[in-house]
Design a protein around this ligand. Sequence first.
Ligand code: SF4
Ligand code: SF4
Length: 349
Amino acid sequence: MSTYFSETQGSEQETVASLKDLLYRMPHPFREGDAVGVKLHWGERGNHSYLPPVYAREIVRWLQENGARPFVFDTTVLYSGGRRSGKDSLETAAEHGYTKDFLGCEVVIGDGLEGSDVVDIPCSLKHFPTVQAGAVVNRAEGFVIFSHFKGHLGAGFGGAIKNISMGFASRAQKQRMHADAYPSLMEKRCTRCGICVDVCPTGAARISDGEFPTYDLERCIGCAQCIGQCPVMALKIFFSGDSSVFQEKLVETAAAVWRRIDKKTVLINALVRITADCDCLPGKAEIISPDRGFIGGYHPVTVDRASLERVGEGLITGTHPHVPWQRQFTFAREIGFFPSGGGKLIHHK
Ligand code: SF4
Ligand code: SF4
């Protein structure tokens, strides 16, 4: 299973040429007429270091030239900002240039405009009996996982593993990864709409006419459906303090999603605009490395490992010294989320 590297030469135009070179050297599993989802992150509203859409357009063109029917997607997120609802997220995408006109294909929300178009994938590894992802995971014949490789506050680095994990996850699954997800109501915000009660799978959430909802923590399984689906964010999020557990949950979610998309997926990490933190944060993030180019491959662990080697593990550790990001790789091996065979790196300037 080979990994491909294409070095970038500097300007945006040359960087696009470098991506194009990579794409046309990589074998792919797509057939004529396949619907192929391009999973990417178009940046939070106010963020300045997201990948500009010229790269996604190049991937779309490559897929179209190969007879596929591409579409671009991301999923809704937990926090307030420009991507919490699908509608807001599409507006943010358009503000950042990710439009049908520019890309040449549809731009969609993988878990639906309300964040409720989701599926449960059996998992049963260490943390989750099931992993909940956007239904898009079942709605395409293939995927291109296009990830902006950079630092990340919670994960140390963000690349292909994180894009498959957090990137495909429903809002509830995102919350399950982030925390012990027991709800705590902020009455000032609550509109008493009852949605949290409707989505609660155990009957732990209850509401009486005109009253605020209550949550029976004896029955609550911490699934975070209520927190993820509350339209006004009236339920408080508890964050876990153990970062190693977060690394494991991140990888476990990626492993479950990967079971659905393995063999029909190409992964590309963009090692450009390498910032200390992720594109979820508004503002201008600090650039911590010169542009390196693009790494392509067929397993997220391999592609992220190759990206780390190219950027330098010391850079990530130095940027986020308290994050045990190495646990992602040891845990991946423990649960069998690892590519078979060694493979080789095919370099091209
Ligand atoms: S979904 Fe949110 S706003 Fe609606 S009742 Fe539950 S906590 Fe209140
Ligand atoms: S976390 Fe899950 S089980 Fe607990 S109250 Fe919310 S929806 Fe119900």
